[in-house]
Design a protein around this ligand. Sequence first.
Ligand SMILES: *[C@@H]1O[C@H](CO)[C@@H](O)[C@H](O)[C@H]1NC(C)=O
Ligand SMILES: *[C@@H]1O[C@H](CO)[C@@H](O)[C@H](O)[C@H]1NC(C)=O
Ligand SMILES: *[C@@H]1O[C@H](CO)[C@@H](O)[C@H](O)[C@H]1NC(C)=O
Ligand SMILES: *[C@@H]1O[C@H](CO)[C@@H](O)[C@H](O)[C@H]1NC(C)=O
Length: 841
Amino acid sequence: MGRRRKRVATGDGVPSPRKEEKAPAPPRKEKKKKTDIGKVFINISIGLCIFSLIWFFYALYMRSSLARRVVTLHPSPRVLDANSSSPAVSPERYWGSYRPQVYFGMKTRSPRSVVTGLMWMHQFAEMDGNLRHTCEQGDHLLGYGWLMHDGVSFGVQEIHDRDFTLTTEFVKRMGGDHGGDWTWRITAKQHGTALSTPVVSLMFYASTDGQGSLQAHVEEKNRVSSVTGTSEELGNFKITFGKPTAGEGASAKYARYNFLQTRSPGLDKLTDIVKNSLNHKFIFSPPKGEKRSYFAVDTYKVTNHQNQQNDPKMESDFVVHQVTVQTPFQIEVLFESGSFRERPNQLVGSVLTDELEKRKVAFDEKFEATFGLQAKGFTSSHIKFAKAALSNMLGGMGYFFGPSVVQSVYNEHPVLYPEGPLFTAVPSRSFFPRGFLWDEGFHQLLLSKWDTQLTQEVFAHWLDLINIEGWIPREQILDDEARSKVPSEFIVQHNENANPPTLFLALQELLEQLDAELVSSQTMLPFLRKLYPRLQVWFEWFNTTQVGPVPNSYRWRGRDKDTNLFLNPKTLTSGLDDYPRASHPSADERHVDLYCWMTLASGVMANVARILGEPHQVYENTHRSLSNNDLLNELHWSENLHAFSDYGNHTQAVSLQQEKVFVPPGQPRHQFPVARLVRSVRRAPKLQYVNALGYVSLFPFLLHILTPDSPKIEHILQAIKDPERLWTPYGLRSLSRADPLYMKRNTEHDAPYWRGPIWININYLAVRALHHYGSIEGPYKEKAATLYQELRTNLMNNVYKQYLETGYIWEQYNDSTGRGQGSHPFTGWSALTVLIMAEKY
Ligand SMILES: *[C@@H]1O[C@H](CO)[C@@H](O)[C@H](O)[C@H]1NC(C)=O
Ligand SMILES: *[C@@H]1O[C@H](CO)[C@@H](O)[C@H](O)[C@H]1NC(C)=O
Ligand SMILES: *[C@@H]1O[C@H](CO)[C@@H](O)[C@H](O)[C@H]1NC(C)=O
Ligand SMILES: *[C@@H]1O[C@H](CO)[C@@H](O)[C@H](O)[C@H]1NC(C)=O
């Protein structure tokens, strides 16, 4: 339509009929005057038109430029240059167990890494379909995790399945231009309790991720002896599969072999492809045993099926080598880089054993030098536990690459953030195998003691994600594998939402190391200098977007809006999810935990600025105002509660009630929706202190903002020590037993989370604060020192005991029984137990 109208008007070279009409008969005078006025009108209208057009496009431009801001990265030079993770710059860290979401697998620190991994199945077990691959709580393993891992060159993991234990070890060897070689050793032993000797299928696999190719080399009996491959990032390489033996030096055992060489549409589909290709037609027939048919990957079916269904361009090579063998057995898998030419020998057998031994000894020595647990008199069992906690955090480090999905108020729909890498620890390999901003600061408190350089790299990765506004998305869900684990409603990250800037805790630790000359200023200062502009905008973002209603107050944005559906609308952004806040979210709120984070952050910023010789006055001023205990008391001390508190539009008189569903008489009830629980408010809210006693009220103490002589410390120590409020034999509970919301569900589906259970990150801060106030002069010194010993003992003993009993370190601990609960293994901040044992704060 539009094009046709235009052609008529311009005439396509044909003289316009209207032009001819205009030419003859000069108009008369009055007519001319009319025309003049007409012309003026026309001109005005044209002017108006042009003006509004310009305005329209300007608005459009502004809108789209505002819409782009959320996905515009900050322009300051990146802390990491583009090649920092490359095998040329950082060969030792190129390969690693950077796939925390699988039980065992390795990849490189690169955007489209070739990945390697292990799946396994227990044949002839009661339940079929027990394929293990990604870490799943539903697998009900008796325990798994790294027992030793130095974060760089080797690791030892034990995986306790129902009837047998797999030990998965790896060792790397440097050489060539692509991060060198590595070898895996998988050892399987049956449990004494197993009713029969388990027959286990190990499925070793390699897959490309849109780059490079793989070729399986198959010898007789379907056995893949090796896979050769090539990719831009890795060059040529070869993966060799050893035969299973009963142990090092023993001869090969009876085994059956199967393989699959196919194409996969994505790394998140590998489990499904293997599952769908399983066939029961293969026969396992050991020399002295019965003949039985077992499940194995079937070569042909899936290959054809896949090729027909998908666009081959989008697909990646995927090779699976399946070995089916009876326990006990040991198998080695060797990766060799084509560019490693002067290899003295192969890293297998006794060479591997010797290398492993050396690394284990070095690990033990470094562990003792770092944490000194032996010197403190801990038993070897305690020390083994502590090593496992640290190792699983190190072994749980991931390297992710991709875009977040984000949205600002200017975006009608979610948009993709720029693609980027993230090298980070993760809270839980099963449940949260991805980066979380507020967890990361806690992770780095532990990791920085072990490896300062690692912490600097992680820091740099996170800060390089900052956008032009100074915002960092708080949950990093970067690739399809990560997205496949997150319910869709939680994927989009909103740029008005903060998360506690715990990285300032880790930065404070780095500055202390610099001060104590534990790290060289030659590496630290350039790092800080590059980091600084990003830290500045990050601080600025908090200091402007999260301001509170009165000067020097702060407020978390992004609380749940649908007040009717929650007993207390959640504040996910604060990290403390369902911890009780004002019952009716409003702009009148002020949050004491955020106030304290800002006090900490401004102090650390002032220090960094001073060290770098940058203007630091503005941070110092902010820090001084916020540290003023009179201001803190005025904004947050509740006389009724005798504790620090949030303030807002609040009422305690709320409860969840069954919604009334009107069922017309005579109609069957089941045809109507099930009555939901909705909130009923018995007394109207008003502006007041929220008066919930728990972790949030402890923050001025936890982050050392109270002066040692503050009489508020007395009240806090009383609340901490009171079993009716926060004290339990297992650590401090998150919310006082006396609080009306203690252990209350937030909806019918939402169990209490930060409303009673014991969390280790906050307990770590609590022992650290007791240690602090117990070592500096003040009226509460002795009391704090005594409580410190008690709390520390309770925490260590319980986390350790639960680990022995359950095989796991947990997300949280039950405040009445001490039992571990929630996701597991949780060797994110719960691993801070190591620092509590070592008394390193
Ligand atoms: C990174 O490596 C590539 C390819 O080796 C090279 O072209 C580029 O100059 C390097 N960039 C930096 C910043 O070192
Ligand atoms: C933080 O914001 C307050 C105003 O809300 C301002 O007075 C202060 O200077 C800011 N601090 C910094 C370090 O920018
Ligand atoms: C508190 O919330 C109620 C219910 O939303 C509202 O009617 C009232 O105006 C609020 N009070 C203040 C002071 O904002
Ligand atoms: C803690 O344990 C008690 C007793 O077994 C139980 O009633 C309570 O529900 C548990 N708490 C949580 C959060 O599961």
